[in-house]
Design a protein. Sequence first.
Length: 74
Amino acid sequence: MSEMRILDETGDSNVEWDINNKDSIKKAKKQFDDLIKKGYTAFVVNNDGSQGKKVDEFNFEYEKVIMTPTMRKG
């Protein structure tokens, strides 16, 4: 099971998808795309402890994605 953690002002939420379930992949991709349009930044987290990276497109093979809102100066 893969997951996307969404961080926002209310805390965080979790979206999961199964690489063998097309419907769950479709829902996760839509959530990802909607958040990118809202200005969120996506980072892939590697389970092996190596450094992750910023990504701009959804890939159902990612194991873990962190979505963060744009930081505002205040």
